[in-house]
Design a protein around this ligand. Sequence first.
Ligand SMILES: Nc1nc2c(c(=O)[nH]1)N[C@H]1C(S)=C(S)[C@@H](COP(=O)(O)O)O[C@H]1N2
Ligand SMILES: [Mo]
Length: 411
Amino acid sequence: MNELLQRLRKGYGKKLVGIHAWNGWIVVLLALSGLVLLGGFWRGVLGEGRVWLKWFHFVVGIASILPIAYYLALAGKHWKQLRGKPWQKFNVYVVLAFLFGWFVSGVLLWQFKAVGPRVSNAALIVHDVLTWIGLPYIIYHSIARAKWLKDPSRLSVRVPKDVADVHPAAPQPVYTRRAFIRGAIGVGLAVTVGPSFLKWLGQSFGSAGGGSSIDQLIENNANRLLPEPQPLPASSPPMGGGAQGQFRVYTVTPIPSFNNDNWSFRIDGLVDKQMEWNWETFVKLKRSVQVSDFHCVTGWSVYKNTWEGIPVKEMLAMAGVKGGAKSAIFYSGDGVYTSGITLEQLAKDDALIAVMHDGKPIPSDLGGPVRLIMPKMYAYKSVKWLNRIELIEGEHIGYWEQRGYANEAWV
Ligand SMILES: Nc1nc2c(c(=O)[nH]1)N[C@H]1C(S)=C(S)[C@@H](COP(=O)(O)O)O[C@H]1N2
Ligand SMILES: [Mo]
């Protein structure tokens, strides 16, 4: 009988096992690269590597269609084999649904420019939810399955009837060990993946569970700049009715913190009059209020932000732009991050040097005390901890732009 089982497993069975192995490795590669892309910690460590990793993730993701297509070609046969095994059928449905969902949402995220922020936002949420549910499921499945396959009485190959008549199947042991292993894996996963899942849940649907995460960011504000800016009437209550969505805190450096002694703001380069402010003089500059949406290239957005600050136009007018100047470099007080924007692009009324968000000082995690806001461009132009503007003759290629993001960043 052993010989016969072997023979049955060879041709088609071998193919199935092969597909399974390929698919398993692809899922492992996608999971690892995906989790690194998601983890804020890795942004600073990887730098340029992050853009390569993103391409790797896309290419492997697209390649994942191959074993799936191959499987679908063989699915009819597999289906017959699974007759009378509803749980295994269910499992195939679940795995295919996950792979399909990941693939479709992944393609939408890859094509974020073509589909626009609403769609890519939804795709990102789908992609994340599938990851947090599907990954534990698939890890659990492969571990449980590996144990299972080692037990020869549980091979999923059906023994033909005539063979079964001569060799009745061995009595099934009451398998408490397997139940134990499954239970242990379940608990292990809950402990390891659980906390990050809950954190993600909190970030994505923050206000649902009381204490929205932006309030937490404000509470943890590491900046100490006095006096606090007082909101204009249009900011408090916020003209836009309050931001919709959650910011993901992005940074390529440790989050800097500022106080009245170590903070200043400067405009220099090709200007008539180089200018510098300390906090006390900076908060006295005339501000205005705008409502705008905020879009990150990785797919998430925050809608209807009420920002209050100094329009870039007015700031430039104070310093006076020299004839030869063509663009501006925006420097972050983190000492690393920069972005370049042309004066033509900066002529838009909504280019803002923001000091307040929804009527409150911008917390340090979100780039406070002062950040750039370019509502019609992807948010990598919105330099956090902005403390210097330099006017130059040519073009500047900023931090992410050097690492593969387009210098032209219109949404
Ligand atoms: N100094 C600095 N500014 C930055 C970044 C950064 O890493 N460092 N990331 C940019 C990117 S890619 C995005 S999407 C937004 C994110 O803003 P948030 O962290 O307030 O959500 O900040 C932009 N400005
Ligand atoms: Mo971004």
